[in-house]
Ligand binder design. Structure first.
Ligand code: NG6
Ligand code: CA
Length: 526
């Protein structure tokens, strides 16, 4: 790696960096069919080893297999962070979450973290004449200010202000209140006989909790945390009152979001659509519908993977029925790595039966090791005649906006999506040049950077094992770590053997952290 910053290169890159993404270094893209529908299928906590097409043996995922068989299946693709909120924030805005305070795991009453004035992926598609929608798990705040929402009225600001024409979302996660869907900024199926109140500070008088009323937990019990309000026989994080008919039933969430997604697609076939379909599967509480139960030997976590695969199949069938599958670009991935015990007694660990949730990778959700952010990533677009099969190109979800801007031939407003580059050729499998580096964010704000050959984890005082909740490796260490990426499992820190390389990787990370893309030598420019 050459990190001698040459002045001319710096000046050249400085000029490039101020231009819209379209004008930036553009990796080779083939001639493409115009105006494809774009469907992002975004699983929650689905691991690198959790799908049959990524080597899983105990579970069958025929619908995802079909996507992989007829598409490109990536083996070095990364979510930006090892947890949901920062990962989603980064992907939808093209700005690294670690630049923006307030992007850590959000409570269900968080105010909108992406602000209306920010440019999002949905704004981009809208500017190109697409119908846009978001369905499923949001986890990026709704309403103006944390804790001030009146859930009984239309929220003053919601996804409509971020470019989504239609939205049907859980405010946060299934393990956080409020346990209702928000449709276009209002509680769906609102029940006026049961006004909704939400607090992350105190319970409401007379309301049972998992802590005090474990006898009411007829569906799932917590293993840690998750012992506040009880909805559908499952205790959650946070307190809520009311909801009545609007409260979700966990076993129906996949059906509900899949139906809403298909309805949206069917509504108007003559205009292209962009859909962000973010599943609750396979996040906790894992409580899939009965018809997915007991068909694999991994218990509820396996059943949730089967349910995810079913949702994928339903979408494929609907697109096929409407004869639009051919010109729909589908990207399937996950927001972060997988985890076993994340707070509910679903026996995920005991029932593994030899399954590895991260395949050959070290670490898991919350970790800076590869299992935290290296995720399944499949691209499917029959009309574009992509080069099918396995593809080892290094990619990051941060480049979603930059790459879609190139696809749509639309500019990105100056100053927006500052960290997102056009890697469309990579994403479609036509350009095999790796992204020169990928930045990974762990549970805290410690960062790692991976080049195709090496991975550097900065020194951190954060504990080696996550101190609360899931007991997993954070990847943090008080010393700098360097791993040779030709060895898949990161078990040998070789930092002391390569001090010069450590220095270069550290400098590269600092250059990116300071957003000095203009100082990167051309070969390090994404
Ligand atoms: C943690 C929760 C965990 C999960 C996670 C968010 C506890 C003890 N643990 O704080 O269960 O909800 O947040 O997961 O409450 S994520 O995939 O949405 O980031
Ligand atoms: Ca997640």
């Amino acid at each position: 790696m050459n990190l001698k910053f040459q002045k001319t290169a710096a000046i050249m890159s400085a000029t490039l960096a101020t231009m819209p993404v379209l004008a930036q270094k553009n990796n080779a893209t083939p001639k493409l069919p115009s105006q494809p529908n774009v469907l992002i299928i975004y699983a929650d906590d689905l691991g690198y080893g959790d799908l049959e097409c990524y080597g899983a043996k105990n579970i069958s995922t025929p619908n995802v297999n079909r996507l992989a068989r007829n598409g490109v299946r990536f083996t070095n693709a990364y979510a930006v962070a090892a947890t949901s909120t920062p990962s989603r924030y980064s992907m939808l805005t093209g700005e690294y979450s670690w630049r923006k305070p307030g992007t850590d795991i959000a409570p269900g009453n968080a105010g909108m973290i992406i602000r209306p004035e920010q440019f999002t992926i949905a704004d981009l598609f809208k500017s190109a004449g697409y119908r846009t929608c978001a369905i499923g798990k949001w986890h990026l705040g709704m309403g103006d200010k944390t804790g001030t929402q009146d859930w009984n009225a239309p929220l003053p600001t919601a996804l409509g202000d971020l470019g989504f024409d239609y939205s049907y979302m859980m405010a946060a996660t299934a393990d956080r209140v409020p346990c209702v869907f928000i449709e276009n900024g209002q509680v769906a199926n609102y029940d006026p006989s049961a006004p909704i109140e939400v607090s992350y500070e105190h319970n409401f008088p007379g309301e049972p909790t998992g802590k005090d009323n474990p006898e009411l937990l007829y569906n799932l019990k917590p293993t840690f945390g998750h012992d506040m309000s009880i909805v559908n026989g499952i205790s959650r994080i946070g307190y809520m009152k009311g909801g009545g008919k609007a409260l979700w039933k966990d076993e129906n969430i996949a059906d509900s979001i899949t139906t809403h997604a298909i309805n949206f697609i069917r509504e108007k076939k003559d205009q292209p659509f962009f859909m962000y379909f973010a599943t609750n599967d396979v996040h906790v509480p894992r409580f899939p519908h009965d018809r997915f139960r007991g068909k694999n030997k991994m218990g509820l976590r396996g059943d949730a993977i089967a349910q995810f695969d079913w949702s994928v199949g339903q979408l494929l069938t609907a697109l096929e029925d409407m004869k639009i599958l051919d010109n729909t670009l589908i990207i399937l991935s996950s927001d972060n790595g997988p985890v076993l015990n994340d707070g509910y007694d679903d026996h995920a660990e005991e029932l593994l039966n030899g399954h590895s949730i991260t395949g050959p990778l070290r670490g898991s959700k919350y970790s800076l090791y590869e299992g935290g952010t290296r995720v399944p990533f499949i691209v499917h677009w029959p009309a574009a005649k992509l080069k099918r099969g396995e593809n080892a190109t290094v990619l990051s979800q941060i480049d979603l906006i930059g790459s879609m801007a190139a696809l749509l031939q639309r500019p990105i407003p100056k100053g927006s999506a500052p960290d997102s580059f056009n890697r469309l050729g990579n994403w479609l499998g036509s350009d095999m040049n790796n992204r020169p580096w990928v930045v990974q964010q762990g549970y805290d704000h410690t960062l790692a950077i991976r080049t195709p050959e090496w991975k550097y984890v900065e020194a951190s005082t954060f504990p080696k094992m996550k101190p609360r909740g899931a007991y997993v490796e954070t990847g943090c260490a008080p010393v700098q770590q360097l791993f040779d990426m030709s060895k898949v499992y990161e078990d040998k820190n070789v930092a002391t053997e390569h001090p010069e390389l450590v220095g270069q990787m550290h400098l590269l990370l600092e250059t990116i952290r300071n957003q000095n893309y203009n100082l990167l030598p051309p070969e390090q420019m994404p």
